[in-house]
Design a protein around this ligand. Structure first.
Ligand code: FAD
Length: 445
């Protein structure tokens, strides 16, 4: 054996070992899912292309990416930069006009009001007071945009949502009502952008963050998306709880022909239908009587932005304490709170009110928002410590910008930050932030 050949063999072994231990592009994509950070928006499918990544229902019941074709690191780098599990930014700085107020919890705001849809039918149909639906319709009828990208109930899986491009008032109305199931809002975003229509986008705060992320990679987003509207979001319901709920009605999710979480009143009933039956329960029968009973995905539990920091308008419920009461909701017509963050958002709010599309009740403040949304306030304060626990555990720590998380943690006593950090560490150790690896990859890698 020639001198040096043993070393060369060893170095080859080391190189092979290094290549084996280096995560593959698929490993890196799946890491987002396995660490409980995937919210199922579908933007990775759009970025990678459906020949490589498709959103599919996994064994845990969520919609997550499944790798179906050869992925490369460059594509996964883009996914990490646009995924709202790995990057969430506040409002782009150039949209924060000089005279905008900034509240550490509630973010940039120019005006906050209580309001509802001017049309009583839209108010009734809507999740709360129909404001998002009324604004979507108004944006179309006033010619401000040509289409509204938002979601409606999934046809195939009625407890889920699916994206829809609405061109008429009737289309927008069809999407009214909150969907508390998995919803891949952005899977088709490139097809939508290819149509070159001016757009309003209505999506959860994480959907908004994802689309804002995409704007850094595709200039058509800022060119075409003229209005960004969001429901304030405490998180959606876990599929396992929804399934259990459906079973408690004596039905199986597979036989559902329709499922409405809320709307038609505030919050309105939760309604499940099959070919031959209809069952109706109170909203609180689905969610439980208070926050302690909410079953949420891990990503929602550690969400740094449930308040729609980067939207033009964020729209919420107005129940003091964050939940309705059984007595109070019987004939509640629905009142939204609307946070206008940008000049465009404020102009939209005020024009819609002037033209009768909205009725403004009266102005309120960030402190009122915290009364309506104590869970959002608590989470916003706690996120920095929760993210530190992710870092301690060697997990992905989502990148955030302009969300004031460190400032909020700095307002808390050290003992509270420690409590939050320890609590998250304990939950991670119990496996609460861990999802099974999606099936696949299917096909050659
Ligand atoms: C998952 C989730 C959690 C929420 N948590 C809170 C909370 O913690 N506090 C609070 O005050 N309000 C919360 N809301 C918002 C609240 O339920 C109402 O949506 C909000 O008050 C707007 O009411 P509206 O009557 O104007 O909406 P509507 O006029 O009924 O319009 C709702 C719009 O939201 C879109 N939409 C519905 N579901 C989804 C979804 N899953 N993903 C993307 N877009 C969707 C629809 O397409 C529609 O355009 C949540 C909503 C959702 C979807």
């Amino acid at each position: 054996m020639a001198p040096g050949s043993v070393d060369r063999d060893h170095s080859q072994t080391r190189a092979t070992a290094a290549a084996l231990s280096k995560p593959s592009p698929t490993d890196r994509l799946y890491r987002i899912v396995e660490e409980g950070l995937c919210i199922g928006c579908g933007l990775c499918e759009a970025v990678a292309g459906p020949d490589r990544v498709v959103m599919a229902k996994t064994s845990s019941g969520y919609l997550h990416p499944t790798v179906v074709g050869p992925l490369d690191h460059e594509t996964v780098d883009v996914v990490y930069d646009v995924c709202p599990g790995t990057r969430i930014d506040g409002l782009p700085q150039h949209l924060v006009a000089e005279d905008t107020n900034v509240d550490n919890v509630w973010g940039p705001w120019r005006r906050i009001v209580r309001a509802w849809a001017g049309d009583p039918d839209v108010r009734h149909e809507g999740s709360t007071g129909g404001v998002l639906t009324a604004l979507g319709q108004y944006l179309l009828t006033s010619g401000r945009v040509q289409a509204v990208l938002h979601v409606k109930a999934s046809v195939d899986e009625p407890t889920f949502g699916q994206p829809v491009l609405s061109l008429t008032e009737a289309d927008v109305l069809e999407g009214a009502g909150s969907r508390y199931g998995p919803t891949a809002t952005l899977t088709d975003i490139y097809e939508v952008l290819d149509r070159e229509l001016t757009l309003a986008f209505i999506g959860k705060p994480c959907d908004i963050a994802a689309l804002r992320n995409l704007a850094r990679h595709d200039e058509r987003v800022d060119d075409l998306v003229r209005y960004w509207l969001t429901p304030v979001c405490g998180g959606f319901g876990t599929p396992s709880v929804t399934e259990r709920f459906v079973r408690s009605l004596g039905m199986e999710t597979e036989e559902l022909t329709g499922f409405r979480y809320r709307g038609r009143g505030c919050p309105g009933p939760t309604v499940a239908t099959t070919a031959d039956r209809r069952e109706e329960r109170h909203y609180l029968d689905y969610w439980g009587d208070d926050e302690s009973s909410w079953a949420l995905p891990w990503r929602c539990r550690i969400c740094p932005d449930g308040i729609g920091d980067s939207a033009d308008l964020a729209v919420s419920d107005t129940w003091p304490g964050g939940s309705p009461t059984r007595q109070g909701s019987a004939d509640d017509p629905g009142v939204n709170a609307v946070v206008a963050r940008t000049v465009a958002g404020q102009d939209l709010l005020e024009s819609a009110a002037a033209d009768g599309a909205l009725t403004i009740d009266y102005d309120i403040t960030p402190d009122d928002m915290s009364i309506y949304q104590p869970h959002q306030m608590h989470k916003k304060y706690a996120v920095d410590a929760r993210f530190r626990a992710l870092g301690d555990a060697g997990r992905i720590v989502p990148e955030t910008n302009r969300l004031r998380l460190a400032e909020l943690a700095g307002e808390l006593p050290v003992s509270i930050n420690r409590y939050q950090r320890d609590g998250t560490a304990r939950r991670l150790a119990q496996g609460k932030g861990t999802e099974p690896r999606p099936p696949g990859p299917i096909g050659s890698m």
